[in-house]
Ligand binder design. Sequence first.
Ligand code: ZN
Length: 413
Amino acid sequence: MDTISTIGDVTVNGRTYRLPRQPAVVVCIDGSEPGYIESAVAAGRAPWFARVLKEGTNLLADCVVPSFTNPNNLSIVTGRPPAVHGISGNYFLDPDSGKEVMMNDPRFLRVETLFPAFQRAGCRIAVITAKDKLRGLLGKGLELAPGKACSFSSEKSGTATLAENGIEHINELVGLPVPDVYSAGLSEFVFAAGVKLMARDKPEVMYLSTTDYIQHKHAPGTPVANDFYAMMDGYMAKLDAMGCTIVLTADHGMNAKFGADGQPDVIYLQDLFDGWVGKDKARVILPITDPYVVHHGALGSYAVVYCEKPEPWIAKLKAMPGVEAALTKAEAARRFELPADRLGDLVVVSTKHKVLGTSAARHDLSGLTEPLRSHGGVSEQRVPLICNRKLAGPVDRRWRNFDAFDLALNLVA
Ligand SMILES: [Zn+2]
């Protein structure tokens, strides 16, 4: 297999990266609150992580707020905050159409990811995600073909084609059937496929992105969570043994969001605004919304509200227990580095154990089989940033999860 030139670098979105000297693997562990990995290590279930935490690089970083999946995955693969790449939620009110739509469509992504730029520099690229919802955004701009690049999801692994994904017969390669979309197996498939692809195709740049199905249900240190990280540990050890530089981070953390009665602790914003300004005069949007809401009931710690003259409501919201921040569009865009044209008139963030809903009647919580754990707020901003190699020298910065490729390619020995 040819290797690419090790001289030269690639500049994307104003950041410059060295070409990989070894295969660079960045892993986004969905919902991996600090503590999950450490607990699995403490339980003796994760020997690879134990070694890496001690001998590699073990940092904490801040993710992007809203601490949701799509904005953060796109930050990691573009190296920049949503103000630059445009993906401000999983779901938003499209100002062009006036309709509430998923933000999965690649046309909403305003800049290039690192992947096409590295492809032009001669690198082979592999992008693997658990749920198909991210595939279009992550694979945007790649020339998908065998020996060049592939981009696929565990969810749709059974129907991958050369034209759509740059790869086919994935289940035969991985030796696993298509997993259930609500299962730990959906994430395991990502790792298993990553290992098989690294062995067969030797991509120079690989991105693996899991789903937070386990993290929504199981706190750090619980048996099911430890099983999940033990599983991951085995696959990471295999990638490490193949010489990969591996950086692991998360798209967001995760916190318990229920009250003493075990029920979700919710502020129903649409109901509040209906009382304040009249029924449906304001419009509350929950950017956590996606087609897979069973495990969180679309309840997270971040909401945007479209309403006229938001100032008096901001003051009212700020005084409410459970509200961490109530900001105008301009304030939120500045503080969280968000695209102002894709926010509502005001942005609401709830505290660590509270979530925000629309109307009580509109949330189907029947799928919540465990007490609610969720994310979206500032309280879920801390995430791990771990590498199996040591920093080449001291670095003084506020680490972000979207420094993952910078770390892997520029900053470690
Ligand atoms: Zn996520």
